[in-house]
Design a protein around this ligand. Structure first.
Ligand SMILES: NC(=O)c1ccc[n+]([C@@H]2O[C@H](COP(=O)([O-])OP(=O)(O)OC[C@H]3O[C@@H](n4cnc5c(N)ncnc54)[C@H](OP(=O)(O)O)[C@@H]3O)[C@@H](O)[C@H]2O)c1
Length: 243
C-alpha cells in the first residue's frame, strides 16, 4: 500500500461516487464510508482493479462512536473528504422537529462530530487534508431552504475556524461551495443547466483544489458572482423577495 489514502465520508452519494472514481484513477488507496454500503459495493465492483479499497459502514449521527469508529479504520487517511448531507424538506422542517433536526445533524452536527476527531489526529501528526462540501445556500438565508442553508453556514464557519487552527500544524482545510449539482439530491428540482455542475466536474475540481492547497472554492466560478449579487441586495429589499 502506498501512503496516499483518501477517506470519503458519504461515499454512496453521487459526488462521493465521482470522487471515489477520480481518486481511484489517480492511484490512491480508498476508504469509502457510507451508511449504505450496498450502493458503494455496486460501483466499486465495476472497477477492473479494486485493490486497496475498503468499504466501511458510517453513520454521521452516531456521535458517541465517531472516535472509536475512526480508530478502527484500516489506516489513517492522508485526505478526508466530508461529502454527506441532506437537503430535506424546508416546509416540513418548519413544523416537524424530527425533519429539522435531521437536516441540522446531517449537514452540521454530524460533520463537526467526526471532523473534530480527525482534526485532532491530523494536528498531532502534523499533517493531513480535510475537505468539506458546504453550500452557497449557507451564504444568505432564503425562505425556500434556510434550515439546510443555516446548517451549511455553520459548516462553512466551522471549516474556516478549523483551517485557521490547523494551519500552523501543517494541516490543510478546503471548503467547497459547489452551487447546483446534478445528483439524486436535486433530482426533483428543475435546475438551469448552464449553472449546474456534474458530479464528475465537482470531483475533479476538488482533487485539483487539494493539490493546489486552495482554501475556498466555487466549483463553477459563476457562482461567486451570483452569490456576490445576492449578498449585495439590501435587507429591506431582500426580505420582500420570494427566494
Ligand atoms: N446536489 C446539489 O445541488 C448540491 C449543492 C450544494 C451542495 N451539495 C452538497 O454536496 C454533498 C453531496 O451531495 P449529493 O448532491 O451528492 O447528494 P446525494 O447523492 O443525495 O448524497 C447525499 C449523501 O449523504 C448521505 N447521508 C445523509 N445523511 C447521512 C447520515 N446521517 N450518515 C451517513 N450518510 C448520510 C447519503 O447516504 P444514503 O445514500 O445512505 O442516503 C448520501 O450518500 C452534500 O453535502 C450536499 O449537501 C449538493
Amino acid at each position: 500500500m502506498n501512503d496516499k489514502t483518501v477517506l470519503i465520508l458519504g461515499a454512496s452519494s453521487d459526488v462521493g461516487r465521482a470522487l471515489a472514481n477520480e481518486y481511484n484513477t489517480h492511484d490512491y488507496n480508498l476508504i469509502l464510508a457510507a451508511r449504505n454500503s450496498v450502493d458503494v459495493e455496486s460501483y466499486v465492483s465495476k472497477w477492473p482493479d479494486r485493490k486497496n479499497t475498503f468499504i466501511v459502514p458510517f453513520e454521521a449521527r452516531d456521535f458517541e462512536n465517531h472516535k472509536s469508529w475512526f480508530e478502527k479504520l484500516p489506516s489513517i487517511p492522508t485526505i478526508t473528504i466530508c461529502v454527506f448531507g441532506y437537503l430535506g424538506k424546508q416546509e416540513v422542517a418548519e413544523t416537524n422537529w424530527n425533519e429539522c433536526e435531521t437536516i441540522i445533524d446531517s449537514n452540521y452536527t454530524g460533520a463537526v462530530s467526526v471532523l473534530n476527531v480527525i482534526a485532532n489526529v491530523y494536528r498531532n501528526n502534523k499533517g493531513g487534508v480535510i475537505a468539506g462540501i458546504s453550500s452557497v445556500g449557507g451564504e444568505r438565508g432564503r425562505q425556500s431552504n434556510y434550515i439546510y442553508g443555516s446548517a451549511k453556514a455553520g459548516f462553512t464557519t466551522y471549516l474556516s475556524g478549523l483551517r485557521n487552527r490547523l494551519f500552523s500544524s501543517g494541516v490543510h482545510v478546503l471548503t467547497v461551495k459547489p452551487g447546483f449539482i446534478d445528483t439524486k439530491m436535486t433530482a426533483e428540482l428543475n435546475l438551469p443547466k448552464p449553472i449546474t455542475a456534474k458530479p464528475e466536474q465537482v470531483a475533479k475540481r476538488i482533487r485539483t483544489a487539494i493539490e493546489r492547497k486552495q482554501n475556498v472554492i466555487y466549483v463553477l466560478s459563476i457562482w461567486f458572482w451570483i452569490m456576490l449579487v445576492i449578498k449585495l441586495i439590501p435587507e429591506f429589499i431582500f426580505k420582500r423577495l420570494k427566494l
